[in-house]
Design a protein around this ligand. Structure first.
Ligand code: G1P
Ligand code: ZN
Length: 540
C-alpha cells in the first residue's frame, strides 16, 4: 500500500548514519520516510536484495518489521535478516559481501545508550558492505526533503525468531543465524588451533560485551571455538537498554573491566566492544592500550596471522588518530593514508586494494575482510599475535615503543555544549589558523595549521571542513572538531598528540607527557575560557 507522507526536518545522516532519540524514530512516518528515501535515492528496491539487522536496542525488532514490509512493498526480491533481527555491524557488512546483496540496512546508534528515552539509528551500507559514501548520504537526505509517499506491505509480521525461509508477498525473507557466517570468516583469518593452545596453557582473558550485540559472537568464538574458560565473556546477553549503561568500550564506560585489569589478580588480556560490535578496547594486565597504538601494533604484527601472512598493502587512519601507524607503514615500506573521521572514508581505499588495515582513535580497527570496523576481529588479531609472540601485552607495547618511538595521545571531549558555544570555539581557532605557522607556543613551533580537507585518491571527491589541526615541528599535534554522531547539543573533541622518539621518556603517564600540548591547546582554542568548563567530560 502507498501511504501519503510529508518531509520531516533533520533526516541528515551524520558521521555514521542517521541517529536520533528513539522517540523521534518511533514518531509517525519517521523511520518510513528515511527508509523510502534510501530506496528512492538508490534507484528503487525493485528486484533487489538486502541484509537487515541491528544491535538489539529498544525498537530494533519493530523497526526490522517495518523495513521488511517496506522492502516487500517496494518490490525487493530477498532480504536476509539475522535471527531476532540481530546482526553486529561487521557481521552485516560480511553478509552483504558474502551474498552479494545490493546493500543493507543496519539498525544501531553504536555506542550511544539505548532505550525509549535514549538513542536509535539507521545506516545504509552499499554493495561493497561499507557505509554509504558522502555523495549518497547527501542524496538520501535530499530525498527526505521532498518525499510525499512511502510503500508498506499490509501483511502480518515475519517470525524473525525462526531460522528459515518465509515470504512477504513476493519477497523472500531468509532468517539466518547471526553468528555462523561471521565466525566462519574469522576462522579463515586467524590461527584458531594456535589460539586454542594459548588458552589451553592457562592464558586468562576477560571480554566485556557490555550487554550489547557481541555477546553471542564472543561467547561462540572465544569460549566455544577457542576454548577460553567459561565466564570469559561477561555481560554477554544483549539487552534493549544495555543495562542502562553506555555500551562504549573506553576506560570511562568499561570501568569494571579497567578496574579488573589494573587489579592484583588481573587476567592476561582484557577487551570490550560496543553496542553494535564494531569498536574495541584492548587492555593488558596493568596496561591500557590506546586505540592509535593498537592500530600501530596490529600493523607491525599482522603478518603473524594467516590471513595477513602475505603482508599489508597499506595502512589508513583517520586524521585525528595518532601518527603511530604511519611510522610502522614507513618502516614496512607500505603506503599510509590520512582520511577524515568516519569509516566511510576507508571504503574506496579498501576496495582499490591500497590498504589492508584501517583504524581510528575512537576504538575502531578493521581490515579488508569487511567494510566496517570490527571489534571482535581486532581482539582475535591481538590473540593471534599473543599466541605467536608468547609475550605479555606490556612486553609487546614496550618493544613497539622502543622500535618505533611512542606517540603519547589523548582525546578530551567537552559534551553537551550549546551549538553556539561550540561553534564559537571552532570559529575562533579557525580564524587564527592562517597566522599560526612559525609561531612558538609552549616551546613548540607551529609547522602547519589548517582546516583539514581530503581529496579521495581513488575517486577524486573532496570533503572539506573535516577538523582543525595544528601541527608542530616536533610532530606534536592538536586537532579540534565537532562530533557528528550526537543526538543532542554539541560535543567538541580535542585530540592531543606528542611524539617521543626514545629510548628515554617512553614510560611517562600520558596526561603528564601531554601537558605542554594540553596547555598549548587552551592557549590556541580557549575551550575552557570560552565554555566556562573546568575540564573535559570524558578523557580517553
Ligand atoms: C565518532 C568517532 C569516529 C567514528 C564514529 C562512529 O564520530 O569520533 O571516529 O567513526 O564515532 O563510530 P564523531 O562523534 O566524532 O563524529
Ligand atoms: Zn559502533
Amino acid at each position: 500500500m502507498r501511504v501519503r507522507t510529508r518531509p520531516i526536518e533533520g533526516q541528515k545522516p551524520g558521521t555514521s548514519g542517521l541517529r536520533k532519540k528513539t522517540k523521534v524514530f518511533m514518531s509517525e512516518g519517521y523511520l518510513e520516510n528515511f527508509v523510502q528515501s534510501v530506496f528512492d535515492a538508490t534507484g528503487g528496491a525493485e528486484g533487489r536484495t538486502y541484509v537487515v539487522g541491528g544491535d538489539g536496542r529498544y525498537f530494533n525488532d519493530s523497526a526490522v518489521q517495518v523495513i521488511l514490509k517496506m522492502a516487500a512493498a517496494n518490490g525487493a526480491r530477498r532480504v536476509i535478516v539475522g535471527r531476532g533481527g540481530l546482526l553486529s555491524t561487521p557481521a552485516a557488512s560480511h553478509l552483504i559481501r558474502l551474498h552479494k546483496t545490493d546493500g543493507g540496512l543496519i539498525l544501531s546508534a553504536s555506542h550511544n545508550p539505548g532505550g525509549p528515552d535514549e538513542d536509535f539509528g539507521i545506516k545504509f551500507n552499499t554493495a561493497n558492505g561499507g557505509p554509504a559514501p558522502e555523495a549518497l548520504t547527501e542524496a538520501i537526505h535530499a530525498r527526505t526533503q521532498e518525499i510525499d509517499a512511502y510503500r508498506l506491505a499490509d501483511e502480518p509480521d515475519v517470525e524473525i525468531d525462526r531460522i528459515g525461509e518465509q515470504h512477504i508477498g513476493g519477497m523472500q525473507v531468509s532468517v539466518i543465524d547471526p553468528v555462523a557466517d561471521y565466525a566462519a570468516l574469522m576462522e579463515t583469518l586467524f590461527d584458531f588451533p594456535k589460539i586454542r593452545a594459548l588458552f589451553a596453557r592457562g592464558f586468562r582473558m576477560r571480554f566485556d560485551a557490555m550487554s550489547a550485540i557481541t555477546g553471542p559472537y564472543a561467547a561462540e568464538i572465544l569460549e566455544e571455538r577457542l576454548g577460553a574458560a567459561p565466564g570469559t565473556v561477561v555481560n554477554a546477553t544483549p539487552l534493549p537498554d544495555f543495562g542502562g549503561l553506555h555500551p562504549d568500550p573506553n576506560p570511562t564506560w568499561a570501568k569494571a573491566l579497567m578496574d579488573e585489569m589494573m587489579g592484583p589478580d588481573a587476567p592476561d588480556f582484557g577487551a570490550a566492544s560496543d553496542g553494535d560490535g564494531d569498536r574495541n578496547m584492548v587492555v593488558g594486565r596493568g596496561i591500557y592500550v590506546a586505540p592509535s597504538d593498537s592500530l600501530a601494533v596490529l600493523a607491525a604484527n599482522a603478518h603473524l596471522a594467516p590471513g595477513y601472512r602475505a603482508g599489508l598493502r597499506g595502512v589508513a587512519r583517520s586524521m585525528p588518530t595518532s601518527t603511530a601507524a604511519d611510522r610502522v607503514a614507513a618502516a614496512l615500506g607500505i603506503g599510509s593514508y590520512e582520511t577524515p573521521t568516519g569509516w566511510k572514508f576507508f571504503g574506496n581505499l579498501l576496495d582499490a586494494g591500497r590498504v589492508t588495515l584501517c583504524g581510528e582513535e575512537s576504538f575502531g580497527t578493521g581490515s579488508d575482510h569487511v567494510r566496517e570496523k570490527d571489534g571482535l576481529w581486532a581482539v582475535l588479531l591481538w590473540l593471534n599475535i599473543l599466541a605467536e609472540r608468547k609475550q605479555s601485552i606490556r612486553e609487546i607495547m614496550e618493544d613497539h615503543w622502543r622500535r618505533f618511538g611512542r606517540n603519547y595521545y589523548s582525546r578530551h571531549d567537552y559534551e553537551a555544549l550549546t551549538a553556539e558555544l561550540a561553534n564559537r570555539v571552532m570559529d575562533r581557532l579557525h580564524g587564527r589558523l592562517a597566522a599560526l605557522p612559525g609561531t612558538c607556543i609552549e616551546g613548540m613551533t607551529v609547522a602547519a595549521a589548517d582546516d583539514f580537507a581530503y581529496a579521495d585518491p581513488v575517486d577524486g571527491s573532496v570533503s572539506r571542513g573535516q577538523g582543525l589541526r595544528v601541527v608542530f615541528t616536533d610532530g606534536s599535534r592538536i586537532v579540534l572538531r565537532l562530533s557528528g554522531t550526537g543526538t543532542e547539543g554539541a560535543t567538541l573533541r580535542l585530540y592531543l598528540e606528542r611524539c617521543v622518539a626514545g629510548p628515554e621518556g617512553l614510560d611517562a603517564e600520558v596526561q603528564a607527557a601531554l601537558a605542554p600540548v594540553i596547555r598549548a591547546a587552551e592557549t590556541l582554542a580557549a575551550i575552557r575560557a570560552t565554555t566556562g568548563r573546568q575540564g573535559p567530560d570524558v578523557v580517553t
